[in-house]
Design a protein around this ligand. Structure first.
Ligand code: FMN
Length: 305
């Protein structure tokens, strides 16, 4: 069973992906946050993100599309950048997307699901995958379209077993997941709330046919998680973590033209899902300069007050 790094807008940009792949093992594929069409072309920020991506063979660009034209614009760009894979986002829960039938909102319009999936036929040389929720408003929305999913040209389907209204919290619906796990006639990837090695172990034992598990917040909180699962250990090499952390700072300084304010803001977000001491995390959040931030970050990792 493989391990995939989930796409997380605001977290897993090219700087993060390149740096994580340099210092940690265990992740088989990294998914990019979704690329989107803006004013008839691929959004500039998304183009930069993909162009600056290293390790192309293990990167899967993700797109958000609700019609054939979006698919064509986005996939042509991805293909021109030398990628051979592309993931479709049918799960984004934000109303800004869903109300226009993008992300999880596409399940409200079955004809759009069909249009997007049949547009993939125009790119027989590309491998496609789908990342989905249980539906936008109800599980029946995806169950009713199982035949459409099964007849699409998809290499695998990732299921995050929540409805859009639940956003990223609220109980995971395992019984609905099990129905999809059995009915989807493609390799299935499980995604949702895997935070520890034993979480990954349990899910892989419970669902032995899984192609992979996809992990987002768990890998942000602990970048060693995939490596620990593969190596069957719980090692947290503080020195290696700090080298990774330094590289993030250096590369964000470069990306943001040495704007300390922007880098400080960016670096603070990486502690959002941390399981570490709350008092130390509070200090990180309140740091007013990059130097102050860095000394608190180092203290937190070394667990010193
Ligand atoms: C801040 C944030 C940004 C996200 N951005 C994306 C995205 O661009 N594309 C996508 O398919 N999912 C996105 N997701 C969903 C994650 O990929 C994943 O499905 C979700 O966090 C559940 O997995 P986890 O519990 O392992 O984090 C995002 C989630 C969060 C919290």
């Amino acid at each position: 069973m493989e391990i995939y790094f989930a796409p997380l807008q605001g977290f897993t940009d090219f700087v993060f992906r390149n740096s994580h792949a340099k210092y940690f093992s265990g992740v088989d594929k990294y998914f990019t946050p979704f690329l989107r069409v803006e004013k008839g072309e691929v959004r500039k920020k998304d183009r930069t993100d993909l162009i600056s991506s290293k390790n192309k063979e293990i990167i899967i660009p993700q797109i958000i599309a609700n019609c054939k034209d979006d698919v064509v614009i986005l996939v042509q760009f991805i293909e021109n950048q030398g990628f051979k894979n592309c993931d479709l986002n049918f799960g984004c829960p934000f109303p800004l997307q869903t109300k226009h039938f993008y992300g999880a909102g596409i399940w409200d319009k079955p004809q759009k699901v069909e249009e997007v999936l049949s547009a993939l036929k125009q790119f027989p040389q590309m491998s496609f995958s789908l990342k989905m929720r249980l539906g936008n408003t109800s599980v029946s929305q995806t169950l009713d379209l199982i035949d459409v999913i099964n007849s699409a040209d998809l290499q695998f389907v990732t299921v995050h077993p929540r409805l859009a209204a639940q956003m990223y919290d609220g109980e995971i619906n395992f019984s609905a997941f099990e129905v999809l796990y059995e009915k989807i006639q493609k390799p299935v990837v499980y995604n949702g709330d895997l935070k520890t090695v034993s979480d990954i172990d349990n899910i892989s034992k419970k669902y032995p046919k899984l192609k992979a598990v996809m992990i987002g917040r768990g890998l942000i909180a602990n970048p060693f998680l995939a490596e620990n699962f593969v190596n069957k250990n719980f090692d947290f090499d503080k020195h290696r973590f700090l080298l990774f952390h330094d590289l993030l700072i250096d590369n964000y300084l470069q990306l943001y033209n040495n704007s300390e304010f922007m880098v400080l803001d960016k670096m603070k977000t990486f502690w959002t899902y941390s399981f570490r001491d709350k008092k130390l995390l509070k200090k990180i959040k309140k740091a007013k300069s990059l130097q102050e931030y860095n000394s608190f970050a180092v203290m937190t990792v070394l667990e010193k007050e």
